[in-house]
Design a protein around this ligand. Structure first.
Ligand SMILES: Nc1ncnc2c1ncn2[C@@H]1O[C@H](COP(=O)(O)OP(=O)(O)OP(=O)(O)O)[C@@H](O)[C@H]1O
Length: 357
C-alpha cells in the first residue's frame, strides 16, 4: 500500500467508505485489471466519487493519483515531442504528459462528458491499451500508460456520445442517499475523520492492509496467462446477457468477461464461472443497454438488493450499520438475472489467496 505523502492532506480510507457497493466493486475490478478500460461514475455531487477514487489509489502499491484539470490541452494530457531537438540531429526528446504521470495509478477525470471528443478519445485509447502513442511529423514515441481511468459525469449537464460510452469499461449510476441511518453513518464517519485523521486511519489500518493485500493478489492472478480459465458456459452466459441488453457490437461481451475474470480473481476462485459473470453484468451493461430495454429482474436476496447493507465495521466503529451478509456463500443463480450490489467486497476475512478448484 502506498504511503501518503506528508505534504498532502490525509486520505479518507477506502475501507471507511459507506454504502455505494457498486462504486466500490467497479473501482476494485478496474484496479484488479486496468485493461477493463476504466469506470464511468454517473451521479449527483457529493456522493463520494472523488473520495473513493483517491482512496483506491492508496490501495495500489506506490500508485499516483492524477486529476485531469478542466481545460487541459491534448499536449498536456498526451505529452509532446520536441521536434527542434530531433531536427538538429539529437535524440527525440519527449515531454511527458498526464498519461505518463498516471502510469500505474489512477487518472481521475471530473465531468468527462464536458471534455472535447478528441481528448476523450486519447484517454480511452490509452486506458484500454495501456500504452500512449504520440506522433508528430512522422516521429512517434510510445510509453506505458497503465492506469485506472475514473471518469465522472452528471447526466443533467450533458451526455457522452454512445461511441465514447461504449469504450468506457464499466459504469455505475449513483443516487443520493435517502436512507437516514446511512446518511448519519456517513456524516459521523467523516466528522470523526476530520477531527482526528490519524486516529481514524489507524482504526481502519488493518482492514486497509487486508484490502491492499487482496488487491495485490488478484492483480497478480489476472496477469498470469494460464490462471482463471473460462468455459463455454461462461462465454454463453456473457453473450446471453449482452443479447438481452441489445448492445451494439461485441465490446460489451469482452469487457464483461474481463470483469468476470477480475471478480473471480478478487474472490480467490480458481476459474471463472457464470456466477462471476452475473455478479458484474450490470456494471458492464448499464451504459451499453439499448435505450428502452429494461434490465433483467433483480433477484430477491437476503438482504434485498434494493436495500444494500453497509460495509462491515468493527462493532461501534464510526457508527456504521450492521454487518453485511456473506453474498459469496449464496447459491448460483440462473443466467439472465442480475444482482448489482456485492457488498462482501469489503469483507476482510475473504480469501486473499486462491481457493482450490
Ligand atoms: N458513501 C460515503 N462514504 C464516505 N464518505 C462519503 C460518502 N458519500 C459522501 N461522502 C463524503 O461527502 C463528501 C463529498 O464527497 P466527494 O467529494 O467524494 O464527492 P464527489 O461525488 O466527488 O462530488 P463532486 O461531484 O462534487 O466532486 C466527502 O467529505 C466524503 O467523505
Amino acid at each position: 500500500m502506498s504511503a501518503p505523502e506528508t505534504d498532502l492532506p490525509p486520505l479518507f480510507p477506502f475501507a471507511a467508505i459507506a454504502g455505494q457497493p457498486a462504486l466500490r466493486q467497479a473501482l476494485l475490478l478496474a484496479a484488479v485489471d486496468p485493461r477493463i478500460g476504466g469506470v464511468l461514475v454517473e451521479g449527483p455531487r457529493g456522493t463520494a466519487k472523488s473520495t473513493a477514487a483517491r482512496a483506491l489509489a492508496e490501495l495500489m502499491p506506490a500508485a499516483p493519483f492524477v486529476t485531469l484539470p478542466l481545460g487541459a490541452s491534448l499536449e498536456h494530457v498526451a505529452g509532446t515531442l520536441d521536434l527542434q531537438q530531433a531536427l538538429a540531429g539529437h535524440a527525440v526528446r519527449f515531454a511527458p504528459g498526464l498519461l505518463a504521470r498516471a502510469d500505474g495509478g489512477v487518472l481521475y477525470v471530473d465531468e468527462i462528458n464536458l471534455l472535447p471528443d478528441a481528448l476523450v478519445d486519447v484517454l480511452l485509447d490509452a486506458a484500454a491499451s495501456g500504452v500512449n502513442v504520440v506522433e508528430r511529423d512522422g516521429i512517434s514515441h510510445r510509453h506505458a500508460a497503465r492506469f485506472v481511468l475514473v471518469g465522472t459525469m452528471n447526466p443533467e449537464e450533458g451526455a457522452l456520445r454512445p461511441q465514447l460510452l461504449d469504450r468506457l469499461g464499466l459504469a455505475v449510476r449513483l443516487a443520493n442517499v435517502a436512507d437516514l441511518a446511512e446518511r448519519q453513518a456517513i456524516v459521523r464517519a467523516r466528522l470523526q475523520f476530520e477531527a482526528d485523521p490519524a486516529a481514524f486511519r489507524a482504526r481502519h489500518a488493518a482492514e486497509q492492509a487486508a484490502l491492499a493485500e487482496r488487491l495485490g493478489a488478484a492483480r497478480a492472478r489476472v496477469q498470469a496467462p494460464d490462471a482463471l480459465p473460462w468455459s463455454d458456459a461462461v462465454l454463453q452466459a456473457a453473450g446471453a446477457l449482452c443479447v438481452q441488453a441489445q448492445v451494439d457490437g461485441l465490446r460489451a461481451d469482452l469487457v464483461l468477461l474481463r470483469a468476470a475474470r477480475a471478480w473471480a480473481a478478487w474472490q480467490g476462485d480458481a476459474q471463472v464461472t457464470p456466477v462471476h459473470v452475473q455478479a458484474v453484468a450490470e456494471l458492464a451493461l448499464v451504459h451499453r443497454r439499448k435505450p428502452g430495454v429494461p434490465p433483467p429482474d433483480p433477484v430477491p436476496a437476503s438482504p434485498p438488493a434494493a436495500d444494500p447493507p453497509h460495509p462491515p465495521r468493527a462493532p461501534g466503529a464510526d457508527g456504521a450499520g450492521p454487518p453485511e451478509a456473506d453474498w459469496g456463500a449464496m447459491p448460483p443463480e440462473p443466467i439472465g438475472t442480475v444482482r448489482l450490489a456485492v457488498p462482501e467486497l469489503l469483507t476482510s476475512s475473504a480469501p486473499a489467496t486462491p481457493k482450490k478448484a
